[in-house]
Design a protein around this ligand. Sequence first.
Ligand code: ATP
Length: 769
Amino acid sequence: MVGPVKDPVQDPVQGSVRDSVRDQEIGVEQEHLDRVYRRLEEKIHEAEFLMNDAAQRGQVGTPGALAERDAQVFRAGIHLNRLNNEFEDFLFGRIDLLLGKDGKKGPDGAYTAVEPADGAVRDDQTADIAETLHIGRIGVLDSEYAPLVIDWRAPAAAPFYRSTPVDPGRVVRRRVIRSKGRRVLGVEDDLMRPQLKAFLDGAELPVIGDGALMAALGQARGHTMRDIVASIQAEQDLVIRAPAGSVTYVEGGPGTGKTAVALHRAAYLLYQDRRRYAGGILIVSPTPLLVAYTEGVLPSLGEEGQVAIRAIGSLVDGVTATLYDTPATARAKGSSRMLKVLRKAARGALERGDAPARLRVVAFGRRLELEAAELDRVRQSALSGTAPVNLLRPRARKLLLDALWEQSGGGSRHTDPELAAELRSSFDEDVTGEDSFIAFLDAWWPELTPVGVLTAMSDERRLGRWARRILNPGEIRRVARSLRRDGRSVHDIALLDELEAILGVPARPRRRRDLDPLDQLTGLDELMPVREESQRERAERLAQERTEYAHVIVDEAQDVTPMQWRMIGRRGRHATWTVVGDPAQSSWSDVDEAAEARDEALGSRPRRRFQLTVNYRNPSEIAELAARVLALAMPGAASPRAVRSTGVRPRFTGLGDTTLAETVRAEAARLLGQVDGTVGVVVAMNRREEAARWVAGLGDRVVALGSLEAKGLEYDATVVVSPAEIADESPAGLRVLYVALTRATQQLTIVSGERDDPDADGVPDLLRD
Ligand SMILES: Nc1ncnc2c1ncn2[C@@H]1O[C@H](COP(=O)(O)OP(=O)(O)OP(=O)(O)O)[C@@H](O)[C@H]1O
C-alpha cells in the first residue's frame, strides 16, 4: 500500500530513506521541468514553429483550444525570460491518473474521461497509472503535441483542484511541486485513493509528505497578495470555473478566499473565451489599499492589461476619492433616496442667483421682452419630462423663441403657411444672431456639469429646497457641509456618476478633422463642411465614452451602497457578473436597502449561488474570538471553519500606567519580533492619523489603518485597538469590528482603552465569554 513516508524526526532510520526518496522524486520533477524549458527554448529558436503550431491547434476550434494556442505560441515563447525571472513556480502541480472510461483526448492532448475505466482498479486493490499530467501557469505541448504542461485553467487540470478522497475520479496521487525559475525545490503529495497500491512504469508510486495547503497558508504575508493556483480547493474551483452566463453569486466568511477566487475567475474567463472578455473585465474593489494589495495576482497568472481593477472611489475618470464621510453622512449619501435629491438638484441648479431676470431682444426692429414669470413658465415647460437636463437646452431655446414670436405678433401677419414659415425662420435667425440672446441663454440655461451641481448642493438652503421631505434636516446639514470640503469622498463619486447620467452630455459640433496630407492636395476638406453630429452618431459616441464591460466582478459586495450599485450597474448593463461578499462584514447600515439596489443593478439575470465555508486566513484561536463578535453582530450566522491552529491564543492588554500610544507601539514592536511578515494596527477611523504617528519609525513592515480601510487586507499579526471604539463608531460597528478581528494570519493582540471596560486580564467587555 502506498502512504506518506514517515517523518525523520520520529524515525531516524526511516529519515534517510525518506530523504533519498524525496530527493529522487525532486530529481524526477527536475527532469520534467528541464524538458519543459528545453521545449520553450526550442520554440523561440524555431520561428516557423509558431506558424505550424498555430495551424495545428487552430484545427481544434473550441475557444479553450484557441486560447491555449495563444498562450502557447505567443506567451510561452516570447516571455521565456519572464518565466525564468518572475514566475517562481511556473510548474506547480502533477496528477497521476487511472485509465479513463473512454480513450478520448481533449484539445490539450490529455484524456477527457473523469471516471476510471471499469477494470482500472484490480480486485486486489492494485492499479496502474495510465496518465501523468503536469499543471502549470500556461500550457506547453511537446513536438508531438503531447502535453508537457497543462494550463491550470484547462478542463484537464480541473481534477487537480476538484479531486478529493471522497470523490477521487481518476486521480490517485496529487502532487504540488515547489520550484523557483528552473529549479525544483520540493514536492508534497496527497493521496486520493489511500487504499490503493498503484504502480507507475512497474514501480510502486511513492508519496512524499502532506500539507501543501498548510505550507502555503503558513507562509509570511507581504504587502501584496499571492496567487493560489497551486492550492485552489474544490469548493473554490467550482466558483472559478462556473459558467459565465449569468450572475455568479458567492458568499463566504472572512478568509474563505473570496477575493482570491474572484481574481482567479477573471483569469479563467479570459482563458475560456479570450475574444469575448479581452479588455472587458472590470473588478471593483472597495479601497485603493485593496487594489494595491491584489493587483499583482493577475500578472502572476499570466494575465496583464485585459482586466481593470479599480477602487470604487476611482470609477469616474478624472476624480479620485480622498476624503471619508462620517457614518451618518455616508448613510444619507449612499441611500437610494439620494436619487430623487439629485434629480431635483440637476433641474434646480439651472436657477442661479446671478441668472438674468428678464430677456430683452430687438427683432424686426421691435424691442421684445420676457419677464421673470414668463421665463419661469418657459423653463418649467422645457423641464417637463425626464430627459437629461443638458440635452433640453435646444428645447428651451425653441420655447423662448416661440414666446418672443408670439409677443412680436409675427404669427398673425401671414395666412399663407409657406410665407409664415419663412418669416418665422428669419425671425429666429434675427434673434439668435443677437449677442444679447446668446449671452442670456448661456446665463439662463447654462450647461451643467456634475461637479457644478454637487457644488450647488453644498449650499444648505438650496439643498434644503431640493431635499425637502426626502432627507431630514440633520442629513441636509451634514451632506451640505461635507460637500463644502476640498476634495471628494468615495460616496461623492457615485453621486457624480449619477449626475452625469441625469445631466447628459450635450451635443458638440464635431471637431474639424485633422487635415490629411492627401485631403490637402485634393482640397477635399473644403467639400466636407463641419456639421452637428446626428442622433445616431451621438448615441454611438456616448456608448463608446461610457465604459462598459463584458464581465463585472464586485469584491466586498456587502459594502456597496445603493447609489454605488447604480454606478457599477451602468458599467455592466450587458455584462455577466461575479459578485462576492459577506453580509456579516457589511459596514453599510441598511443591508436590505443595499440588497434591493443590487438586485436592480443585476436585473433579472439568473443567479448561480455558491457558499465558501473554510477560513484559510485565521488560525482557529483567532477565528473563535471573532465568532463571539459575529454572534453579537449577526445572531445565528455561521462562522467559516478555520483549517489551521497555531497554538497561540489572542493576547489582551489594558493600559496600566502607559498611554494608548505607548502600549500600541510596544505591542507592534513585540509582534514584529514574532513574525516574519507584516503587522497591521487597526484603529477606529477617527484615530487613523494619530495611529500613524504611534508606529512611526518601526519600519515598513508595520502599517496603521482605520477599521474601514482594513477591508479585505491581511497581515501576519494585527493589533486591534479598542474594540468598543470601533464598534461604537457606526450603526454597523459590530460588523466592522468583526472585519478588524479577522485580518491576522498568525497573531492577534487586542489593546483595550477606557471605553472597553476591560477586566483584570485586559479582556474588553465586548469580547468576554
Ligand atoms: N486554496 C487556497 N490556498 C492557499 N491560500 C488560500 C487559499 N484560499 C485562500 N487562501 C488564502 O487565504 C487568505 C484569505 O483569502 P481572501 O483574502 O481571498 O479571503 P476573503 O474571503 O476575500 O476574505 P475577507 O472576506 O476577509 O476579505 C489569502 O491569503 C489567500 O491567499
